[in-house]
Design a protein around this ligand. Structure first.
Ligand code: EPU
Length: 430
C-alpha cells in the first residue's frame, strides 16, 4: 500500500498544468455506448477511475484504445449483446452508473450493479431510476443489480431533484437515455455543472438535439441515431481549485495553467475574502497568499456555488486562519471524514451536524494520517505541506483516483513529498 511522506513548511512557488476533468470524462466515455461509430476523447487524464471506466466499457462490448501519453481514448462498440456492468467493476467507482442511460437508449436493456456505499455518505441513485422510469423504462432492483428494460423509451416531462438539489450524474444519465427516446423530454431542475454542459455539447456533436444547455431546464428531442465524434474534455476545475488552495495554504505564489477560471468564481471569491490575492485570465489563475488567512464562512452548493469537492481542501487551509471559520456542507452532510485526521495534526475543528467550526491555529504539526476518500485525502496532503515536521498520508490510492501524479506536480512547485510503498519502507526501515 503506497503512502506519501511529506516534510512540511515549504511555500509552493511556480506553475502547474491542469488536466482534463475526471467528472466530465467518465460520463463522456459512457456516451460512446450510444453509437456504433468511433468516439475519440481528448485531454483524458491518467487516473485510476478512467482505467476502471475502460474496463466497464470493455465488459459492455467496446474496443478501447488508450494512448496515455497523448491523453486520447478511441472507443468503438463492437458487440451490442452485452448489457451487464458487473459488481466487481462498478463497486470501485460510482460514475459507472452512467452506463445505464446509454444502454437503455441503444440496447433497450441494462443490468448494472448498484454502486454501493461510499465514505462521503449515503449516495442513492433513486433520481436516476425515477428519470428512467418517467421515460417508460421498466426497472427492477434485484440481487444488487438494477435490471432495466425500455419498451421503448418515450419523451416525458421530468422533475429531477432531491432535498439536496439537482443531481450531476443523474442529469447526465437521464439526458443520455432521452437523446434517443421517442418525442420530447423536458428535464426540470437539471444540474448546471460544467461537466454536465461538457457532456451535452459532446452529445450535440453526435447529433443529439438538446436545448437549454447550461440552464436548469433541458429540452431534448429524441433522434434515432447518433454518430461518432471527436471531443476534448474541459479542464478539471476541482484539480485547478485544489492546486490553487494548496498554493494558498502554504503562503505560496502558484499559477495554475490550462484551467478555466470562470468555472471557479465562487472559489476565487472565497479565497479573496480570506486575504489571498487571486489574478486570473481566460486559461490561468494565480494565487499569492499571506502567511495567515482571515477566517471565512463557506457553504457548499450546486454550481455555480462553492463545490463540495473543494470543501475538505479549503478546510485544511482554514485550520490556519486567524480566527473562527465555518464550513457548511449542503450537498453531502456526512462528508467530514477528514476532520478526525486533521485533529491528529493539531487542527481545532468542532462538528455540529453538517457544519464544521474551525478555530485557526498558528501551526499544524505533522502526523501519520489515513486517506479514506479522494478529496479528503487531498486535504490531508495540503495540511501536511503546511505542517511542522513530517506527515505520512497512508492509502494514497484514493488520491490517485482523481489526481494525476499529484506528488510529482507538487514537487515541481517546491514541495517535499515522496511516494513510498510499504514494501520499500519495510526494506529500508526493517
Ligand atoms: N442524490 C439523491 N438521489 C440520487 C442522486 C443524488 O438523493 O439519485 C443526492 C446525493 O445524495 C447528494 C446530492 O443529491 O446529496 C447530489 O449528488 P449528485 O447526484 O449530484 O452527485 P453525483 O452526481 O453522484 C458528482 C461527482 C461528485 C460530486 C457531486 C456533487 C462524479 C463522478 N461525481 O457525483 O464528485 O461531489 O457530483 O457535485 O461526477 C469527487 O469527484 O470527489 C466526487 C465525489
Amino acid at each position: 500500500m503506497e503512502r506519501f511522506v511529506i516534510q512540511g513548511g515549504r511555500r509552493l512557488v511556480g506553475d502547474v498544468q491542469i488536466g482534463g476533468a475526471k467528472n466530465s470524462v467518465l460520463p463522456i466515455m459512457a456516451a460512446a455506448l450510444l453509437t456504433d461509430e468511433e468516439v475519440v476523447v481528448r485531454r483524458v487524464p491518467r487516473l485510476r477511475d478512467v482505467t476502471s471506466q475502460i474496463r466497464i466499457l470493455q465488459a459492455l462490448g467496446a474496443r478501447v484504445v488508450h494512448d496515455e501519453k497523448a491523453g486520447t481514448l478511441r472507443i468503438k462498440v463492437t458487440n451490442e449483446d452485452l448489457v451487464t456492468a458487473p459488481y466487481e467493476l462498478v463497486r470501485t467507482m460510482r460514475a459507472s452508473i452512467c452506463v445505464l442511460g446509454p444502454l437503455l437508449a441503444k440496447r433497450q436493456r441494462a443490468r448494472v450493479s448498484l454502486p454501493g456505499g461510499c465514505v462521503i455518505g449515503v449516495r442513492p441513485i433513486d433520481l436516476h431510476l425515477r428519470g428512467m422510469e418517467a421515460l417508460g423504462a421498466k426497472i427492477d432492483v434485484r440481487g444488487g443489480y438494477v435490471e432495466a428494460e425500455a419498451h421503448p423509451l418515450r419523451g416525458a416531462t421530468i422533475f429531477l431533484g432531491s432535498s439536496a438539489g439537482s443531481t450531476v450524474l443523474g442529469t447526465g444519465n437521464v439526458v443520455m437515455a432521452a437523446v434517443m427516446a421517442e418525442g420530447v423530454t423536458v428535464l426540470e431542475n437539471a444540474a448546471q455543472e460544467p461537466e454536465v454542459v461538457d457532456l451535452c455539447r459532446m452529445l450535440e456533436k453526435m447529433g443529439a438535439k438538446i436545448e437549454g444547455i447550461g440552464s436548469h431546464c433541458l429540452t431534448i428531442t429524441g433522434v434515432t441515431r447518433l454518430r461518432g465524434v471527436e471531443h476534448e474534455v474541459i479542464p478539471d476545475r476541482i484539480e485547478a481549485g485544489t492546486f490553487a488552495i494548496a498554493g494558498a495554504t502554504t503562503g505560496g505564489d502558484v499559477t495554475v495553467r490550462g484551467c478555466h477560471p470562470p468555472h471557479l468564481l465562487a472559489v476565487i471569491e472565497r479565497l479573496r475574502a480570506a486575504g489571498v490575492t487571486v489574478n486570473w485570465s481566460a486559461d490561468w489563475l494565480q494565487v499569492k497568499a499571506p502567511d495567515r488567512f482571515r477566517p471565512i464562512d463557506v457553504s457548499t452548493l450546486p454550481y455555480p456555488g462553492f463545490p463540495t469537492d473543494l470543501q475538505a481542501q479549503i478546510m485544511a487551509m482554514l485550520t490556519r486562519a486567524d480566527g473562527i471559520s465555518m464550513v457548511h456542507e449542503r450537498i453531502y452532510p456526512d462528508r467530514f471524514i477528514h476532520v478526525a485526521e486533521l485533529h491528529r495534526m493539531g487542527a481545532r475543528i468542532r462538528k455540529e451536524g453538517p457544519t464544521a467550526i474551525i478555530e485557526g491555529v498558528a501551526k499544524l504539526s505533522g502526523a501519520p494520517v489515513m486517506a479514506s476518500d479522494l478529496r479528503g485525502s487531498a486535504a490531508l496532503v495540503l495540511a501536511g505541506l503546511t505542517a511542522d515536521g513530517e506527515t505520512e498520508v497512508h492509502c494514497v490510492y484514493h488520491i490517485d483516483r482523481g489526481y494525476e501524479r499529484i506528488d510529482e506536480r507538487l514537487r515541481s512547485l517546491g514541495a517535499r513529498i515522496q511516494r513510498s510503498s510499504a514494501t520499500a519502507a519495510a526494506a529500508a526501515g526493517g
